[in-house]
Design a protein around this ligand. Structure first.
Ligand code: ADP
Length: 463
């Protein structure tokens, strides 16, 4: 185990800060503290929990610029995106601060006059979260806010690449008056902390956002103590552009979906399926717009697309492009790079690949980079078949102004999130999550509180 985690700027390779990795003793100590704090926090009344969440939200908003800057430095994303992410992160806290007051139970008419049936909700206990580097703030708050609102205590392990944002958010939570044992972070390597979390009987629930591979491992390891689990895993989002689509809108929204955070979001467009009658025109329009995107350091105001997070990611993206080109894809723009393995920064120019085929790696694997392959289809049935031919089922998008086409696609696509003429569907008040191997459970909306609650059924007899 390393004693120190070096947090580096992915745009330059420069060291930003050295962060102490927690020892096993410190991590089990934090778990114990979280467990002990549960009793008092779960009994704190819902209006008080709501007030404390609002105080946390206020502090984050006051520190917005600072948090956004930290986020850009450690994750590489453009500053405008970091500022937007702070708003998005806060929107989860605001939403669940309200929902805390609506943890309703119910009564059920009994089958005899001598009984009453009452259903109440109670928090599951201590929750452990493991979060990724692509949204260092929002992935944390969309777990922490419903957990705290429900009355759970919370401990988070941020990604090794981006611990600083989380550390800042937890500090602000404490300053806002949320007790120290109620929300904590621990730093260190994923497999090490993951095992301590899953093995601990004090932790009742694991909430994870990251790769499907790690999610499956956590699910397996959680079985020993029958932990509740929420999994937000990988995606491989198709974008279907129907014959009648508004091409300008489809180009704009596809760019928004694909190139945000340099293509490193789990709901990023990963495959573009365009009707054959418009494939050529659409591809050219898209490539013309994509060529204008500016690649650079996220702190530079001009930057649209920042670096990819690390060498491993860079190599995977390059390999997918090479595989596609070798199998006959045509490069419409991009396939150029600026990288320095020695210093440790990796930029990939936004790349559009025409004439893609289903057997290319990029059509099967998640890319997590600024590359988009285009494939043409003849019928909607064919488009749906290609779109669904993946173990993933997180997000899918389509563009059409024909309501019959829209309804047909919505009903036949096996994905948890559907964007119809919309490339940016995420919102704190709506349920986000995947079907198939993209995950279990939903975050956001009413559904996002459920995973943090147990249902208790009380039967009163002999009345
Ligand atoms: P990515 O490929 O996007 O980095 P990962 O799933 O590897 O996705 O990482 C997401 C989070 O999971 C990070 O916080 C990382 O430290 C953590 N992680 C990685 N491996 C494990 C593991 N074996 N057990 C628990 N957490 C892990």
């Amino acid at each position: 185990m390393p004693e120190i985690i070096e947090v580096k700027n992915p745009a330059t390779g420069e060291l930003i800060q050295k962060v102490k990795a927690h020892t096993e003793e410190e991590i089990t100590g934090a778990i114990r503290k979280g467990h002990e704090s549960f009793s008092a926090w779960s009994k704190t009344n819902a209006h008080e929990r709501s007030r404390l969440l609002r105080a946390w939200s206020d502090r984050i908003q006051k520190n917005k610029e600072n948090i956004a800057r930290i986020m850009t430095l450690e994750s590489g994303k453009p500053l405008t995106e970091s500022l937007a992410e702070v708003d998005y992160a806060v929107s989860y806290i605001d939403w669940y601060a309200e929902e805390a007051k609506r943890l309703y139970g119910r009564t059920i008419p009994a089958h005899t006059g001598s009984k009453r049936i009452v259903v109440t909700r109670q928090p599951v206990g201590l929750v452990a979260a493991i979060t990724p580097w692509n949204f260092p703030a929002a992935m944390m708050t969309r777990k922490a806010a419903p957990a705290l609102a429900a009355g759970c205590t919370f401990i988070v392990k941020p990604a090794e690449e981006t611990p600083l944002t989380t550390m800042e958010l937890v500090k602000l939570a404490h300053e806002a008056g949320i007790p120290e044992g109620v929300i904590q972070y621990v730093n260190g390597l994923g497999p090490f902390i993951g095992k301590l979390f899953t093995d601990s009987p004090r932790i009742q629930k694991i909430s994870f956002t990251g790769s499907t591979e790690v999610g499956k491992l956590l699910m397996k390891n959680s079985a020993a103590t029958v932990k509740r689990i929420s999994m937000e895993l990988g995606g491989h989002a198709p974008v279907i552009v129907a014959e009648d689509a508004d091409l300008e809108l489809a180009v704009r929204q596809t760019i928004l979906s694909k190139f945000r955070n340099a293509g490193q979001t789990c709901i990023c467009a990963n495959r573009l399926l365009v009707h054959e009658s418009i494939a050529e025109a659409f591809s050219q329009k898209l490539a013309d717009s994509v060529r204008k995107l500016k690649v650079g350091n996220g702190l530079d105001e001009e930057t649209d697309v920042g670096p990819v997070i690390n060498e491993k990611s860079f190599d995977k993206i390059k390999e997918q492009i090479e595989d596609a080109v070798q199998k006959g894809a045509r490069v419409l723009c991009g396939n150029t790079y600026r990288a320095d393995r020695e210093l440790g920064y990796f930029f990939v120019d936004p790349t559009i690949l025409g004439h893609a085929k289903p057997d290319m790696k990029i059509m099967q694997e998640e890319t997590f980079g600024p590359v988009l392959p285009i494939l043409s289809f003849k019928s909607l049935e064919e488009a749906v078949e290609i779109a669904n031919s993946t173990p993933y089922g997180l997000a899918a998008y389509f563009f059409t102004n024909d309501y019959r086409t829209g309804i047909y696609l919505n009903e036949h696509l096996d994905f948890g999130i559907i964007g119809w003429n919309d490339g940016a569907p995420s919102a704190a008040h709506a349920p986000f999550g995947g079907m198939k191997e993209s995950g279990i459970g939903r975050e956001g909306g009413l559904e996002g509180m459920e995973p943090y609650l147990e249902t208790k059924y009380l039967s009163i007899g002999n009345l």
